[in-house]
Each structure stands twice: as structure tokens, then as C-alpha cells.
Write a protein that binds this ligand. Structure first.
Ligand code: F6R
Length: 252
């Protein structure tokens, strides 16, 4: 069977992190001006950091971001409330507060219980909350060096909804920098929006920085659409914008 991609993703090449921040902020600004009370999907991690910094600058210059609802892409399982590396903490302190978004419009899966049943229920609640909000308008995502999207690791079903997943060794290794350099200190499980959930966003903005992502990004853009490289599924999304630096696009 041959499947024709819905539309080629638009790829914007940038020279440095500041330019990535500005180009990504152009897209978010356009979204928030069109939908001041829109639903913005938020990835954590290092790739979007220049975007948050630029949005804060634009807010100071008058951009109204305070009406947005922010929906997290994922959360670790088993970190206690208030843990500095929990994604709830990140989204609240690093994105919502600087953008003037009240806590009651910050939607993050509750990963505070390490109990698998409780985490599974929290994932279902996350999926339902996204549906109740009418879906995500603009979803920001990064890509893992192994091609993961959210925490949908290689092998994740395309039809997956928000659920509990086991993190790949590679992901724990990559995220060890946030946990004192020890991959074993990185939680082994997370709650993530599913691939189908991410694909339901009306517009997906993928931001990518650095050489370590080049192989995965090249495969996601030009390789077959396959569950062994979850980000390749974006080839089937009708509206994707990719903003990447030259290092990340090095293999393309
Ligand atoms: C984060 C997330 C992950 C990251 C990816 C890239 O919420 O879902 O998929 O986007 O691991 O991380 P960075 O940007 O730190 O390289």
C-alpha cells in the first residue's frame, strides 16, 4: 500500500537559538491573536526554551497571552508534587506564570502517584480534558534523538491516546542532565499524550536544535512513516511547521 502524505511539512531553517525563538514566536503570536482564548500544547525540554523567552519579551511589548489555556504534552510518573523536574512545575513556573496564564488554565497530567492504576487513570483524565477543551489548537513538540514524539517511544502505536509509557533507555540517558547526571534517577515511566492525540491538534509546531537530532529529524522528514520512528507520523499531519537549526538539519 502506498500512502501519500497529506502535505509536506513546512521547514524553516534558522541560524541560531534566538532566530528559532523569533520564528516560533511568530507562529504562536499569530495563533494567540487569532484565538486569544486558544488551547496551546506545551512541550518541555530544552528545544522550545528560546520560544518561551521570546514570548515573554513580546508579552512585555503587549502580546496578550494571558487568555490561553496551556496543555502539557507529558509528565513523569512518580515525582512528588512540586518536584523541580516535574513537568507541572516546569509548565507552571517557566511558561504559564511568565505568560500570565492562571493555574486553573494549566492542564498537566497528574503523575504524582507512582501507582500504575492511578497513573493510568490520570492519563485518561488528561485525554478527556483535552477533548473537553475542544482539542489543541497549536501543539508545540520537540523530537527525541530516538525519534520519540512527546514520550511516545519507538514502537508506540499510531492510534495511541494519552497513556502511561515506559521511557526508553536512550530517553533516560538524555534526560539524566536534569537529574544530577544519573539515568537511573530519571523516572522509568511517564504519562504522555498519545500519537493520535498529538495528530488531532490543528497545527503542530516542531522545534529542533542541535546535531544530536539530525539523524532522527532526517528520518522523520524523509524516511518511511513507521511506528519505529514516531515523529515520522507528522508526515501525515495536514499542518506541520518545523523550525530547526542547521545542525539539526545537517543530515537532510
Ligand atoms: C518534552 C517531550 C520530549 C522532548 C524531546 C526533546 O515534553 O515530550 O519529547 O520534546 O525529548 O527534548 P529536548 O528539547 O530537551 O531535546
Amino acid at each position: 500500500m502506498t500512502v501519500t502524505p497529506a502535505a509536506r511539512p513546512e521547514v524553516v531553517t534558522v541560524g541560531d537559538a534566538d532566530e528559532l525563538g523569533r520564528r516560533a514566536a511568530d507562529i504562536v503570536s499569530e495563533f494567540v491573536e487569532a484565538e486569544p482564548r486558544g488551547v496551546l500544547g506545551v512541550a518541555t525540554g530544552s528545544s522550545p526554551e528560546p520560544l518561551w523567552a521570546e514570548l515573554v519579551r513580546r508579552r512585555r511589548d503587549g502580546l496578550r497571552t494571558d487568555g490561553l489555556t496551556l496543555v502539557a504534552l507529558d509528565e513523569y510518573v512518580g515525582l512528588p508534587a512540586g518536584h523541580p523536574e516535574s513537568y507541572r512545575t516546569f509548565v507552571r513556573d517557566r511558561v504559564a506564570a511568565p505568560l500570565g496564564v492562571d493555574d486553573d488554565r494549566v492542564v498537566v497530567p497528574d503523575g504524582t502517584s507512582a501507582d500504575l492504576l492511578a497513573a493510568t487513570r490520570a492519563a485518561e483524565v488528561h485525554e478527556r480534558r483535552i477533548a473537553d477543551l475542544g482539542g489543541v489548537g497549536l501543539q508545540i513538540v520537540g523530537i527525541g534523538a530516538n525519534g520519540h514524539l512527546g514520550f511516545n517511544e519507538p514502537g508506540s502505536p499510531f492510534r495511541s491516546l494519552s497513556r502511561v509509557v515506559e521511557l526508553a533507555d536512550r530517553t533516560r540517558l538524555d534526560n539524566a542532565r536534569y537529574f544530577g547526571g544519573d539515568p537511573r534517577a530519571v523516572p522509568s515511566r511517564a504519562i504522555t499524550q498519545g500519537l493520535s492525540t498529538i495528530m488531532s491538534a490543528r497545527h503542530v509546531l516542531l522545534v529542533v536544535r542541535g546535531r544530536t537530532k539530525a539523524v532522527a529529524l532526517d528520518a522523520a522528514l524523509h524516511g518511511p512513516v513507521t511506528e519505529s520512528l514516531p515523529a515520522s507520523l507528522l508526515q501525515w499531519h495536514p499542518r506541520v511547521t518545523i523550525i530547526a537549526d542547521r545542525e539539526a538539519l545537517g543530515a537532510s
